[in-house]
Design a protein around this ligand. Structure first.
Ligand code: 6CS
Length: 312
């Protein structure tokens, strides 16, 4: 059969590279074919999720930044400074974490989704029109965030005016000054030309971008055990591939941004400059627990345990 797989980025972005590896593995090890639908071909992230839940798509890659609207616990990925920025640690964490591979699997299953893999896309950077050194610099800045309530709380706590928007509205929103800032991993700032419409890149180390591949659960359950194994193996292979692929990606893409726009400033905040962001993190964590109750609290604790267990 031909299976349809949609994702939120271009074919040459991290999600696209992952998808191509997944397709290659499935096609090499089964009689099935995979048809890939990059960003823009089937709508926004929320649209492809609806299509996957309806069974029109067999596979969908959606980031918790959007899934948090559907599965409140998935907002845990937006508790600032919860995830480390160390890529090797992260690579071990997603692979071995009980929170991800057992607890989140159950929560996704309740929404008719078989969670196949969660994987990192790199440290998130803020890009803005004016320089950001402290939280005060975010005052009055309309800052675009992905559409989930906890990310809104985060940027409120950072001092900004958060504006949730789907991805397709971000470039135009910056261009017309409806928003004056947004956050994303470095490679994405280059590939989507966000550097053209913002002038300052700031790294506060507050988060790493997480994304996830899932299958429609009725579809997945209808497969033979062998076919399910092919899919699990393909997800594992794509995971290893994407970790390797990203080893020097952020540095390379940052160099390309500087080449394309030499006047772009790049600031890595010092520990002192990060203090207000770190203080805000405690409030955001409390908000997360308020929003998600016992279930969210348990998953947050499990994540912390898993992070500690996968630290060097
Ligand atoms: O900010 C966003 O909405 C997008 N960022 C990334 C890195 N991937 C897809 C997502 O839609």
């Amino acid at each position: 059969a031909t299976w349809r797989y949609a994702f939120e980025e271009a074919l040459t972005d991290v999600q696209g590279v992952y998808a191509q590896k997944f397709k290659e593995e499935v096609e090499a090890n089964s009689d099935h074919e995979i048809q890939l639908f990059p960003f823009g071909t089937l709508g926004e992230s929320a649209d492809i999720m609806e299509q996957a839940q309806a069974g029109i798509l067999q596979f969908v890659n959606q980031s918790p930044g959007f899934t948090g609207a559907l599965i409140p616990e998935a907002q845990v990925f937006f508790v600032p400074y919860l995830l480390p920025t160390d890529q090797a640690h992260l690579a071990r964490f997603y692979k071995e974490s009980k929170a991800i591979n057992e607890d989140f699997e159950e929560l996704y299953a309740e929404q008719g989704l078989e969670l196949l893999s969660m994987y990192p896309e790199g440290e998130v950077a803020m890009t803005t029109k004016d320089p950001v050194k402290t939280c005060e610099d975010l005052n009055e800045v309309k800052f675009r965030v992905m559409t989930n309530p906890l990310l809104v709380e985060s940027y409120k706590a950072f001092g900004a005016t958060p504006t949730p928007l789907p991805w397709g509205e971000v470039y135009g929103g910056l261009q017309t000054n409806i928003i004056q800032g947004q956050e994303n991993p470095t490679f994405f700032l280059y590939s989507t030309k966000i550097y053209e419409v913002t002038d300052h890149i700031t790294y506060a180390g507050h988060n790493n971008f997480t994304t996830a591949l899932m299958a429609n659960q009725d579809f997945y359950n209808s497969l033979s055990e062998e076919e399910q194994q092919v899919i699990e193996d393909a997800a594992d292979a794509a995971y290893d591939h994407i970790v390797e692929y990203q080893k020097s990606l952020a540095d390379e893409e940052l160099a390309k941004i500087k080449e394309a726009k030499p006047e772009m400033t790049v600031t890595v905040l010092s520990e002192e400059e990060r203090a207000c962001f770190k203080e805000a993190a405690a409030d955001v964590e409390a908000k997360f627990i308020e929003m998600t109750g016992e279930s969210g609290k348990a998953i947050l604790e499990q994540m912390k345990e898993d992070l500690a267990a996968t630290a060097e």
